[in-house]
Design a protein around this ligand. Structure first.
Ligand SMILES: [Fe+2]
Ligand SMILES: [Fe+2]
Length: 456
């Protein structure tokens, strides 16, 4: 869904007007007619929108402006204001808009100054909030996307999601962690889910639903397992890794639900609360007898980078290798899932994104191992080749991960026409075809066809 420039309120124009007001505020003395003129322009643009009775929410995410959660098309550079989100209530007063411009003019990037929310409150601005984005998290509840997979799931994967959901719901109700369920879940993931092609396809491909914590946790656990197997870890170590990955985000069950549900950017104070899911998780887990010793540590460290940055601040200590594995799996999982403002990233782009983070944020060897384990075009991906054929990846070639074997589909995408090995070359040694792109899984409408291809 994309809003068009015909929408009465043009968020890009509002941002531009606000940037002009901010500059005028800094360049001219108070009371100057130029400030009054720019303020009138901002106020008119804002009033045009809130006249409808709807608050105005503008979020800029990766350069795309969103009006009330919907991407807004438009050409040209987006006016930068030093914040990613501006939410304006329907009762906003013109003096509040002026105060906002003044505060934005004085805003210094990444300083430990008073949070903008506190400055707004001090200036008696009650109808405007601003915020910056927290990247790569799963805290947004769906506005545009369903909350969970809508397609028929692999039965083992379905069971694991149900068990995880129970576990997390019990915890958010303040009950104790159910250790028996956690152990069953670890077994289920290791023995059945990770060896089912259909389940892996649903975990690795793009997901057109918002990942709530329990779904996300199951997926991160399976991804960590694949990564651990690629590193040839022993079974006992793998079990410990899966348990830790499964519970890495349990601290989110202690974050106020309003904050978890809040769309758009968080301000500094809210961000600090969200970031506390790491320490809260470790506190919950350390009190549970019978868990493996690294489980609380991974919950504590999974948002820390290999260079000692990230949160919580634990000095320059390098996270445990299990925490580093979960960080890699966490980011892959977060970006391949849909979020309120962002369509899911296909696996090949997710792999490139991980590669860009390697070295600075993530352990490069672990990124390489995950990409090696899942490949750019994981099993179950629906892909289009350079010959314009569409197929479903059924096997990956270990020596040639960019050229998997696929089940070719007919034009109606209703029948499988047989296998095609995309690593085949012609007499001159050139590839006959390349994979050109990953398509959304629902390109193949029949989940029955998908299952039968992956089961054979
Ligand atoms: Fe987390
Ligand atoms: Fe996570």
């Amino acid at each position: 869904m994309t809003a068009t420039v015909d929408t009465p309120a043009n968020p890009r124009r509002i941002l531009k007007a606000l940037a002009a007001l901010r500059t005028a505020t800094g360049a001219y003395p108070a009371g100057h007619p130029m400030i009054a003129e720019k303020l009138r322009e901002v106020n008119e643009a804002v009033q045009l929108h809130i006249r409808s009775g709807e608050p105005l929410r503008i979020d800029t995410i990766h350069g795309v402006v969103h009006l009330n959660g919907v991407p807004f098309e438009g050409e040209g550079e987006v006016a930068g204001l030093g914040v990613d989100s501006i939410h304006i209530g329907t009762r906003v007063r013109v003096e509040e808009l002026q105060a906002l411009a003044e505060i934005l003019w004085q805003l210094k990037p990444d300083t430990a100054d008073e949070p903008v929310s506190a400055t707004l409150a001090r200036r008696q601005v009650q109808n405007i909030t601003v915020g910056r984005l927290v990247p790569l998290d799963t805290r947004w509840r769906a506005e545009q996307w369903p909350d969970r997979p809508e397609t028929t799931l692999d039965p083992d994967y379905e069971e694991s999601i149900t068990l995880a959901q129970q576990t997390f719901e019990q915890l958010s109700e303040g009950r104790a962690l159910d250790l028996v369920t956690v152990r069953d879940l670890v077994q289920l993931l290791m023995c059945r889910v990770a060896s089912s092609h259909a389940a892996l396809a649903q975990i690795l491909s793009v997901k057109q639903y918002e990942n709530l914590t329990y779904c996300h946790s199951v997926n991160v656990a399976v991804l960590s397992l694949l990564l651990g197997r690629q590193l040839q870890l022993e079974d006992d170590a793998l079990m410990a890794l899966v348990e830790a990955a499964l519970l890495h985000d349990v601290g989110k069950t202690r974050i106020p639900i309003d904050l978890v549900k809040k769309p758009g950017a968080l301000d500094k104070r809210e961000r600090r609360i969200m970031e506390a899911h790491t320490t809260l998780g470790a506190q919950i887990l350390v009190q549970v007898d019978g868990l493996r010793p690294l489980t609380p540590l991974v919950a504590l460290e999974h948002h820390r980078s290999v260079t000692g940055r990230g949160y919580p601040d634990l000095g320059t200590s390098v996270p445990h290798v299990f925490s580093q594995i979960v960080s890699v799996a966490d980011i892959y999982e977060a970006v391949t899932g849909a979020r309120s403002y962002q369509a899911p990233t296909p696996p090949e782009r997710a792999c490139l994104l991980l590669a860009r983070l390697a070295g600075d944020k993530l352990n490069a060897a672990l990124v390489k191992a995950l990409v090696g384990a899942i490949t750019f075009f994981p099993i179950g991906s629906v892909v289009r080749t350079s010959l314009d054929e569409v197929g479903i990846v059924i096997r990956t070639n270990a020596r040639d991960p960019l050229h998997p074997v696929m089940a070719l589909l007919d034009e109606a995408m209703e029948t499988a026409l047989g296998e095609v090995d995309t690593s085949d070359r012609d007499v001159s040694g050139a590839y006959r075809r390349h994979i050109r792109e990953t398509l959304l899984p629902d390109t193949v409408r029949s989940s029955e066809l998908m299952r039968s291809i992956l089961a054979s």
